[in-house]
Design a protein. Structure first.
Length: 74
């Protein structure tokens, strides 16, 4: 019995969003999307917040991630 689960599907590969774009184009698009997300975040912050401050705040939030719980709570 042959499993088709591991076979490549040419139609699926052709319909992928990366089709026809180079790595440089995909990276440039990701950077543009990141800047657009920063614009939205900046719009939600108080008036007068600089773009650099918004970028720093977003980086701090991103770096928080999951933290270990306090050992005394276990």
């Amino acid at each position: 019995m042959v499993s088709d689960a591991f076979r490549r599907d040419a139609a699926t590969n052709a319909s992928r969003p990366t089709r026809g774009r180079t790595a440089e184009q995909r990276i440039a698009e990701a950077l543009r999307m990141g800047e657009a997300c920063l614009d939205v975040y900046l719009a939600a912050l108080p008036a007068g917040t600089t773009r650099e401050e918004a970028r720093a705040r977003a980086a701090r939030i991103k770096r928080r991630g999951r933290r270990r719980s306090d050992a005394s709570l276990s």
